[in-house]
Design a protein around this ligand. Structure first.
Ligand code: SF4
Ligand code: SF4
Length: 231
Protein backbone atom coordinates (compact mmCIF):
# COMPACT_ATOMS: atom_id res chain seq x y z
CA UNK A 1 0.00 0.00 0.00
CA UNK A 2 1.11 3.55 -0.70
CA UNK A 3 -0.53 5.69 1.96
CA UNK A 4 2.40 8.05 2.28
CA UNK A 5 2.63 9.06 -1.35
CA UNK A 6 -0.30 8.84 -3.75
CA UNK A 7 -3.08 8.22 -1.21
CA UNK A 8 -1.99 11.03 1.06
CA UNK A 9 -1.41 13.41 -1.83
CA UNK A 10 -4.85 12.62 -3.25
CA UNK A 11 -6.58 13.32 0.04
CA UNK A 12 -4.68 16.56 0.56
CA UNK A 13 -5.50 17.80 -2.93
CA UNK A 14 -9.15 16.78 -2.61
CA UNK A 15 -9.70 18.73 0.59
CA UNK A 16 -7.76 21.73 -0.71
CA UNK A 17 -10.05 21.77 -3.75
CA UNK A 18 -13.18 21.80 -1.60
CA UNK A 19 -14.55 18.32 -0.96
CA UNK A 20 -16.29 17.58 2.33
CA UNK A 21 -15.53 13.86 2.53
CA UNK A 22 -13.55 11.11 0.82
CA UNK A 23 -13.42 7.34 1.09
CA UNK A 24 -11.37 4.65 -0.64
CA UNK A 25 -12.25 0.98 -1.11
CA UNK A 26 -10.59 -2.03 -2.62
CA UNK A 27 -12.17 -3.75 -5.63
CA UNK A 28 -12.88 -6.84 -3.52
CA UNK A 29 -15.81 -5.18 -1.72
CA UNK A 30 -17.87 -5.40 -4.92
CA UNK A 31 -17.57 -9.21 -4.78
CA UNK A 32 -19.29 -9.41 -1.40
CA UNK A 33 -22.71 -11.05 -1.22
CA UNK A 34 -24.43 -7.95 0.18
CA UNK A 35 -23.52 -5.97 -2.95
CA UNK A 36 -26.22 -6.09 -5.62
CA UNK A 37 -25.05 -3.30 -7.94
CA UNK A 38 -23.04 -3.36 -11.14
CA UNK A 39 -19.34 -4.09 -10.75
CA UNK A 40 -16.81 -1.39 -11.62
CA UNK A 41 -14.31 -4.08 -12.61
CA UNK A 42 -16.58 -4.64 -15.61
CA UNK A 43 -15.57 -1.12 -16.70
CA UNK A 44 -11.86 -1.28 -15.84
CA UNK A 45 -10.27 -4.73 -16.16
CA UNK A 46 -7.31 -3.93 -13.89
CA UNK A 47 -9.30 -2.00 -11.30
CA UNK A 48 -7.68 -1.95 -7.85
CA UNK A 49 -9.33 0.90 -5.95
CA UNK A 50 -12.40 3.13 -6.02
CA UNK A 51 -12.27 6.62 -4.56
CA UNK A 52 -15.57 8.24 -3.61
CA UNK A 53 -15.69 12.01 -3.09
CA UNK A 54 -18.53 14.15 -1.88
CA UNK A 55 -19.73 17.62 -1.12
CA UNK A 56 -22.64 18.73 1.03
CA UNK A 57 -25.49 20.50 -0.75
CA UNK A 58 -26.55 23.95 0.54
CA UNK A 59 -29.50 23.74 2.93
CA UNK A 60 -31.56 26.30 1.00
CA UNK A 61 -31.91 23.92 -1.91
CA UNK A 62 -33.98 21.60 0.31
CA UNK A 63 -35.74 24.18 2.46
CA UNK A 64 -37.34 25.75 -0.63
CA UNK A 65 -38.79 22.48 -1.98
CA UNK A 66 -41.18 21.80 -3.59
CA UNK A 67 -41.63 25.34 -4.98
CA UNK A 68 -37.91 25.65 -5.59
CA UNK A 69 -37.55 22.51 -7.71
CA UNK A 70 -35.76 24.45 -10.45
CA UNK A 71 -33.31 25.86 -7.94
CA UNK A 72 -32.88 22.47 -6.29
CA UNK A 73 -32.15 20.81 -9.63
CA UNK A 74 -29.72 23.56 -10.57
CA UNK A 75 -27.97 23.36 -7.20
CA UNK A 76 -27.49 19.61 -7.58
CA UNK A 77 -25.98 20.20 -11.00
CA UNK A 78 -23.62 22.79 -9.52
CA UNK A 79 -22.51 20.25 -6.92
CA UNK A 80 -21.98 17.68 -9.64
CA UNK A 81 -19.98 20.15 -11.74
CA UNK A 82 -17.81 20.96 -8.71
CA UNK A 83 -17.14 17.28 -8.10
CA UNK A 84 -16.30 16.65 -11.73
CA UNK A 85 -13.64 19.34 -11.74
CA UNK A 86 -12.11 18.08 -8.50
CA UNK A 87 -12.21 14.45 -9.66
CA UNK A 88 -10.54 15.46 -12.92
CA UNK A 89 -7.61 16.99 -11.02
CA UNK A 90 -7.29 13.87 -8.87
CA UNK A 91 -7.39 11.60 -11.92
CA UNK A 92 -4.58 13.63 -13.48
CA UNK A 93 -2.54 13.30 -10.29
CA UNK A 94 -3.00 9.51 -10.30
CA UNK A 95 -1.88 9.30 -13.92
CA UNK A 96 1.20 11.43 -13.23
CA UNK A 97 2.20 8.61 -10.89
CA UNK A 98 1.97 6.10 -13.74
CA UNK A 99 -1.44 4.59 -13.03
CA UNK A 100 -4.76 4.84 -14.87
CA UNK A 101 -7.88 6.68 -13.67
CA UNK A 102 -11.37 7.38 -14.98
CA UNK A 103 -14.36 9.18 -13.45
CA UNK A 104 -17.67 7.37 -13.10
CA UNK A 105 -20.69 9.44 -14.16
CA UNK A 106 -22.40 11.13 -11.27
CA UNK A 107 -25.05 13.07 -13.13
CA UNK A 108 -28.42 11.52 -12.46
CA UNK A 109 -31.35 11.40 -10.15
CA UNK A 110 -31.20 10.51 -6.51
CA UNK A 111 -31.01 6.97 -7.84
CA UNK A 112 -28.45 7.50 -10.57
CA UNK A 113 -30.36 6.31 -13.59
CA UNK A 114 -29.54 9.12 -15.99
CA UNK A 115 -26.45 7.47 -17.45
CA UNK A 116 -27.33 4.09 -16.06
CA UNK A 117 -28.65 0.92 -17.55
CA UNK A 118 -32.16 1.84 -18.68
CA UNK A 119 -33.58 -1.54 -17.77
CA UNK A 120 -32.19 -1.88 -14.25
CA UNK A 121 -31.87 1.89 -13.60
CA UNK A 122 -28.53 1.13 -11.94
CA UNK A 123 -25.26 2.96 -12.57
CA UNK A 124 -21.91 1.29 -13.32
CA UNK A 125 -21.28 1.03 -9.60
CA UNK A 126 -23.00 2.14 -6.43
CA UNK A 127 -21.32 5.25 -5.04
CA UNK A 128 -23.42 4.79 -1.91
CA UNK A 129 -22.19 1.24 -1.28
CA UNK A 130 -18.62 2.35 -1.94
CA UNK A 131 -18.99 5.14 0.60
CA UNK A 132 -20.60 2.76 3.10
CA UNK A 133 -17.70 0.35 2.82
CA UNK A 134 -15.25 3.23 3.22
CA UNK A 135 -16.91 4.25 6.50
CA UNK A 136 -18.40 7.50 5.19
CA UNK A 137 -21.95 6.64 6.28
CA UNK A 138 -24.68 4.02 6.06
CA UNK A 139 -28.03 3.62 4.31
CA UNK A 140 -31.38 5.20 5.10
CA UNK A 141 -34.85 3.91 4.31
CA UNK A 142 -34.79 6.45 1.47
CA UNK A 143 -32.08 4.24 -0.08
CA UNK A 144 -29.60 7.09 0.11
CA UNK A 145 -26.29 7.33 1.89
CA UNK A 146 -26.65 8.89 5.33
CA UNK A 147 -23.33 10.59 5.93
CA UNK A 148 -22.19 11.26 9.46
CA UNK A 149 -22.08 15.05 9.12
CA UNK A 150 -24.55 15.92 6.37
CA UNK A 151 -27.09 13.10 6.41
CA UNK A 152 -28.37 12.43 2.85
CA UNK A 153 -27.86 16.06 1.73
CA UNK A 154 -24.78 15.31 -0.34
CA UNK A 155 -23.59 14.69 -3.88
CA UNK A 156 -20.88 12.21 -4.75
CA UNK A 157 -18.66 11.08 -7.56
CA UNK A 158 -16.23 8.20 -7.90
CA UNK A 159 -12.86 7.57 -9.52
CA UNK A 160 -11.88 4.11 -10.75
CA UNK A 161 -8.16 3.40 -10.77
CA UNK A 162 -5.64 0.60 -11.12
CA UNK A 163 -3.53 2.24 -8.39
CA UNK A 164 -3.40 0.05 -5.25
CA UNK A 165 -4.32 2.85 -2.87
CA UNK A 166 -4.49 2.54 0.89
CA UNK A 167 -8.10 1.71 1.70
CA UNK A 168 -10.17 2.59 4.72
CA UNK A 169 -12.78 -0.13 4.85
CA UNK A 170 -14.75 -0.06 8.07
CA UNK A 171 -17.65 -2.28 8.94
CA UNK A 172 -18.72 -1.11 12.38
CA UNK A 173 -21.81 0.75 11.17
CA UNK A 174 -25.10 -1.13 10.64
CA UNK A 175 -26.13 -1.27 7.00
CA UNK A 176 -29.37 0.65 7.77
CA UNK A 177 -29.17 3.67 10.05
CA UNK A 178 -30.56 2.94 13.51
CA UNK A 179 -32.70 6.10 13.50
CA UNK A 180 -34.82 4.94 10.56
CA UNK A 181 -36.94 2.41 12.47
CA UNK A 182 -38.53 5.22 14.52
CA UNK A 183 -38.90 7.71 11.68
CA UNK A 184 -40.14 6.59 8.24
CA UNK A 185 -40.74 10.20 7.18
CA UNK A 186 -39.21 9.64 3.74
CA UNK A 187 -41.64 6.80 3.06
CA UNK A 188 -44.62 8.87 4.12
CA UNK A 189 -43.74 11.89 2.00
CA UNK A 190 -42.93 10.14 -1.29
CA UNK A 191 -45.65 11.26 -3.72
CA UNK A 192 -45.53 8.06 -5.77
CA UNK A 193 -44.93 5.39 -3.09
CA UNK A 194 -41.51 4.57 -4.49
CA UNK A 195 -40.22 3.69 -1.00
CA UNK A 196 -41.64 1.03 1.30
CA UNK A 197 -41.29 0.23 4.98
CA UNK A 198 -39.90 -3.18 3.95
CA UNK A 199 -36.89 -1.41 2.50
CA UNK A 200 -37.88 -1.84 -1.14
CA UNK A 201 -37.40 0.94 -3.67
CA UNK A 202 -39.38 1.10 -6.88
CA UNK A 203 -36.84 3.01 -8.97
CA UNK A 204 -39.13 3.14 -11.96
CA UNK A 205 -41.77 5.07 -9.98
CA UNK A 206 -39.23 7.67 -8.89
CA UNK A 207 -37.83 7.93 -12.41
CA UNK A 208 -41.26 8.24 -13.98
CA UNK A 209 -42.27 10.95 -11.52
CA UNK A 210 -39.20 13.11 -12.09
CA UNK A 211 -38.85 12.68 -15.81
CA UNK A 212 -42.46 12.53 -16.90
CA UNK A 213 -44.48 14.31 -14.22
CA UNK A 214 -41.90 16.94 -13.22
CA UNK A 215 -40.45 17.29 -16.71
CA UNK A 216 -36.89 16.46 -15.67
CA UNK A 217 -36.75 18.45 -12.46
CA UNK A 218 -35.66 16.60 -9.35
CA UNK A 219 -38.01 15.79 -6.48
CA UNK A 220 -35.81 15.55 -3.37
CA UNK A 221 -38.64 15.34 -0.83
CA UNK A 222 -37.28 12.14 0.73
CA UNK A 223 -34.04 14.03 1.41
CA UNK A 224 -35.67 17.21 2.62
CA UNK A 225 -37.63 15.45 5.38
CA UNK A 226 -34.72 13.41 6.69
CA UNK A 227 -33.78 14.65 10.16
CA UNK A 228 -30.31 13.11 10.02
CA UNK A 229 -27.91 15.96 9.42
CA UNK A 230 -25.96 18.48 11.44
CA UNK A 231 -26.88 21.59 9.46
S1 SF4 B 1 -39.68 11.32 -2.56
FE1 SF4 B 1 -39.26 11.94 -4.68
S2 SF4 B 1 -37.03 11.57 -4.98
FE2 SF4 B 1 -37.68 10.42 -3.14
S3 SF4 B 1 -38.18 8.36 -3.92
FE3 SF4 B 1 -40.10 9.54 -3.88
S4 SF4 B 1 -40.26 10.40 -5.96
FE4 SF4 B 1 -38.14 9.74 -5.69
S1 SF4 C 1 -36.31 10.26 6.71
FE1 SF4 C 1 -36.22 8.96 8.54
S2 SF4 C 1 -36.55 6.84 7.78
FE2 SF4 C 1 -35.99 8.14 6.01
S3 SF4 C 1 -33.76 7.91 5.83
FE3 SF4 C 1 -34.11 9.73 7.10
S4 SF4 C 1 -34.09 8.95 9.24
FE4 SF4 C 1 -34.32 7.17 7.87
Amino acid sequence: MIENNITGALKNMAFELGIDFIGITNKSCFEDSDYTGNKPQDVMDDLQSVIVLGVSVPRGAFETLPKGRGEYTNTLMAATATLRIIAFQLAKLIEKEGYMATIAPSEGSEYGYWYANRETLKADLSFKYTAYRAGVGNFGMNHLLITKDFGPKVRMTAILTDAPLDTEEKTEMPFINDACSKCMKCIEICPVDALTSEGVIHREKCADYMFNVLGGLRCGLCIKVCPLNNF
